[in-house]
Design a protein around this ligand. Structure first.
Ligand code: PGA
Length: 257
């Protein structure tokens, strides 16, 4: 079932998801988190870090699997997702770095990297809680339009739109990698619970098509309709392409969720 919630904004969405994740980790110290990069999930990491600190939650056995990485980028590069996940998640939450995984974008080992990543997820018991953003073109992870619904971790080309969206993080558009390695749509669908977050009017069309459109590789995020446990958290602008009857406005904390 897809539950669609409209909250006041990114901070409220972060609190909402962090509350659920904090309780999940307290119940199962070996919780496996699916980690997204981008600006959208940052409020979750900030709110969860605060909970970890104030409530003394033990995260030493928590694992994390990032969705994706650029191909051919030095893992030490500021914009590599190895670096971003380390700075924004591993260090912020105080996770054990050995338990936090990012697919390898090393061009020399790409052929086996996808299968190796799938196997690492499987060996950890699968992702329990997957955090997702959505691209303005409907991508999830770096699964661009055209990505098969049953795709697994693999190398993919990046669209010009995604390269332009991400150019702000690089010196110039020419520095933005042209390929990435990403968990597939099928990989994402194997997670126990999906949280998809979107904020801002520029996401409204992609959100509406993900929730109401046909399930199609053209809108990879539409695959969430095939998952039994999905929570979509939006601000009012990102929900502007939906009918009010399709979502619940949430003003408080997720007590009872
Ligand atoms: P954003 O990216 O969080 O930076 O908006 C989301 C995405 O492209 O998946």
């Amino acid at each position: 079932m897809t539950e669609v919630l409209v909250v006041a904004g990114p901070a409220a969405a972060g609190e909402y998801v962090a509350d659920i994740l904090a309780r999940a980790i307290q119940t199962d110290p070996e919780t496996v988190l699916g980690l997204a990069t981008g600006s959208t999930p940052l409020p979750i990491y900030a709110a969860l870090a605060e909970r970890v600190r104030t409530e003394g939650i033990d995260v030493s056995s928590v694992s994390g699997f990032a969705l994706d990485e650029y191909v051919g980028i030095d893992p030490a590069h500021e914009q590599s997702y190895h670096h971003v996940i380390d700075a924004e998640v591993t260090q912020t939450l105080g996770l054990n770095p050995e338990r936090v995984h990012v697919p390898s974008g090393n061009p020399d080992t790409l052929e086996s990297a996808g299968a190796a990543y799938e196997e690492a997820i499987r060996a950890a018991g699968g992702v329990g809680w997957q955090i997702l953003g959505i691209g303005a073109n409907g991508h999830i992870g770096f699964n661009e339009p055209g990505s098969p619904i049953d795709s697994l971790t693999r190398q993919v080309p990046l669209t010009e739109q995604t390269r332009q969206d991400n150019a702000r993080f690089f010196d110039s558009i020419d520095d933005v990698p042209r390929h990435a390695i990403t968990q597939g749509v099928g990989t994402i669908l194997r997670a126990g619970h999906l949280f998809l977050l979107a904020f801002g009017e520029h996401k409204a069309d992609a959100v509406a098509r993900a929730i109401n459109g046909p399930v199609s590789p053209e809108i990879p995020a539409s695959a969430i309709q095939q998952h039994p446990n999905v929570t979509v958290l939006l601000d009012a602008a990102a929900a502007s392409g939906l009918d009010a009857a399709e979502y619940t406005v949430v003003t408080g904390t997720p007590a009872g969720v």
